[in-house]
Design a protein around this ligand. Structure first.
Ligand code: SAM
Ligand code: SF4
Length: 473
């Protein structure tokens, strides 16, 4: 599936690999590709082949007619690889002290309006109890960059989340988004049992990067670029890449994400578990006039291109975006969303929701509760998945990749999505949502090929209303 490619900067573990001139040249070499070139790249992607950077550039430059073909193909591939399911999680902000000065972020050190807070262990446990009492099973813990939030602190927070449980209410997978560490630091975090280590390069254009990261350790482009290499060396083989759209050309950023993917595959035999592509949002004391907003059409399109270029990666679309747009983008390749999100530190167990921009990193667009989001997914025929089976069964990294890229994922993931959703329905819903949810489960079960897997799934599903829990394949 992945064939190593020759680049101006060869892939070496721990070494930088982005050559902006090369990426630009690939994009500029074919500004108006022919239909046959687009169709060939699409066909290759539908055959579950990873796309080369040249093929990705072809798709990124496709004309309006061919864009339709790409969007459609992304939907087909999403269904083929992931089935009709969408993984649901929530972010939990632990602390917003920060020594960096990222121009776009409400938590930047030069923002005097930012209200700084770090949750105590009791407060973390309170947030976790509140989140898990709504049915959440997967969290991502988020931290500013500060000497206080060292690897030991992060590891303790992760352990505390796993140990905070009551009856069925428990978090089964804890991911983190935190500053990059050295290999020893990553080892400390790995030992606490994290799922995915996520960090965004923000922009892969070094000049733009320098302009928007003026001060603090984050101003070191290369240290951030090679963070995943150090994580891999420390044994964390589940990593999440991302860019913050609105600073550099979005086509360039997509090419760079694919280049980063190729680097990880070439050096470690494992690509990214997830890719994120947030657009800059309004934030405390922030002037948005210099932001080059990516239009909704381009945004949808770039997600479709990523889906085709890296078929195995989970594509994450967060509540920064409005609910309607999120609902619509699932069919173009998005496979993970957050739901019931509150960004204010301590916001889940605090008083009910109005957003207070000085207490948050940025403004949310989608403020639906988890239950409202689930209800809309069900209406759209999508199974909300709270599954954490791969992580708990050790199906991570290389194994996960082969598994997913061969299209086998739905043979485990569909049953596990059904089982975890059935448990959610029994524990956290009643009335019409409960009924409609089970209807969807029955129809998805009917669509599974007849055989042992379907029979086994049906048997386990029957046990859930009687009290059986935490069932997975
Ligand atoms: N301090 C960590 C770091 O910088 O990697 C944590 C990152 S932050 C809590 C998560 C992500 O939010 C950032 O990497 C950035 O991409 C994004 N972000 C920051 N400000 C934003 C804004 N105004 N709108 C949308 N996303 C933003
Ligand atoms: Fe700090 Fe992260 Fe915000 Fe930058 S993006 S100011 S590092 S919290």
């Amino acid at each position: 599936m992945f064939r190593p490619q020759k680049y101006s900067i060869p892939d070496r573990a721990g070494q930088p690999f982005i050559d902006p001139v090369e990426i630009r040249r690939l994009l500029d070499a074919n500004p108006a590709p022919q239909h046959s070139q687009v169709a060939a790249a699409v066909e290759s992607a539908l055959g579950l082949n990873r796309l080369s950077l040249q093929q990705t550039a072809v798709l990124l430059n496709a004309g309006p007619e061919d864009r339709r073909l790409v969007l459609e193909a992304a939907g087909t591939l999403k269904r083929r690889v992931y089935g009709d399911r969408i993984v649901v999680f929530a972010p939990l902000y632990i602390g917003n002290k920060c020594v960096n000065d990222c121009s776009y972020c409400g938590f930047r050190s030069s923002n005097p309006r930012a209200v700084r807070r770090t949750l105590s262990p009791d407060e973390i446990a309170g947030e976790v109890r509140q989140l898990s009492s709504t049915g959440q099973k997967r969290l991502i813990l988020v931290f500013g960059e500060h000497p206080l939030y060292d690897p030991g602190f992060i590891a303790s927070a992760v352990r505390l989340v796993y140990s905070t449980r009551q009856d069925h209410d428990r978090i089964n997978r804890v991911n983190i988004n935190a500053a990059p560490f050295d290999v020893d630091g990553f080892r400390t975090i790995k030992r606490a049992g994290i799922g995915t280590y996520q960090i965004f390069q923000e922009t892969y254009d070094p000049q733009v990067y320098s302009r928007i990261h003026g001060r603090g350790p984050k101003s070191d482009y290369t240290y951030r670029l090679t963070a995943m290499d150090r994580a891999m060396e420390a044994g964390i083989d589940d990593v999440g890449l991302g860019v913050l759209l609105g600073h550099a050309d979005w086509r360039f950023e997509v090419m760079a994400l694919v280049r980063h993917t190729n680097h990880l595959e070439a050096c470690y035999g494992v690509g990214p578990h997830t890719i994120s592509f947030p657009r800059v949002r309004k934030a405390s004391n922030l002037d948005l006039s210099g932001i080059d907003h990516v239009t909704d059409d381009d945004f949808r399109y770039l997600v479709a291109v990523l889906r085709l270029a890296v078929p195995y990666a989970g594509l994450i679309l967060t509540a920064r975006e409005p609910g309607q747009l999120r609902n619509g983008m699932i069919k173009y390749g998005v496979s993970q969303i957050d739901a019931g999100t509150r960004l204010e530190i301590g916001g889940y167990s605090g008083p009910a929701a109005t957003q207070q921009i000085d207490r948050e990193q940025f403004e949310l667009s989608d403020t639906r509760t988890l239950e409202q989001t689930v209800a809309e997914l069900v209406k759209a025929g999508q199974i909300p998945s709270f599954c954490t089976a791969c992580y708990r069964k050790g199906r991570t990294g290389e194994y996960f990749m082969q598994f997913a890229s061969g299209g086998h994922i739905k043979h485990y993931c569909t049953p596990n999505a059904l089982l975890s959703f059935a448990e959610y329905l029994c524990d956290y819903t009643s009335g019409p949502l409960y009924e409609k949810g089970w209807e969807l489960i029955r129809s998805e079960l009917d669509r599974m090929p007849a055989g042992a897997l379907r029979d086994n799934t049906a048997k386990k599903l029957r046990e859930i209303p009687g009290g059986a829990r935490d069932l997975f394949m």
